[in-house]
Ligand binder design. Structure first.
Ligand SMILES: [Zn+2]
Length: 75
């Protein structure tokens, strides 16, 4: 599967990709600190971890982007 999970802060427009999250950096804040994105490990699951998003000012936009579409958007 070539889908990315994108979490975008609507306050500062910083966007994180699923690939930005890994076990060595379990918590990431956006520039304006509206969003805190962390990972939670899953046990007994197909996925090793899932992404947990909390926010203080406004809800982030969360969507999936597939790689093919992203490349088309660059044109
Ligand atoms: Zn922000």
């Amino acid at each position: 599967m070539e889908n990315y999970l994108i979490v975008e802060c609507l306050e500062c427009n910083e966007a994180f990709r699923q690939q930005d999250f890994h076990e060595e950096s379990p918590e990431i804040f956006c520039k304006c600190e509206n969003l805190e994105v962390g990972i939670k490990k899953n046990e007994n699951s197909t996925y090793a971890f899932h992404v947990a998003v909390t926010y203080s000012k406004s809800r982030p936009r969360i969507y999936e982007l597939n790689k093919k579409n992203e490349e088309e958007n660059k044109k």
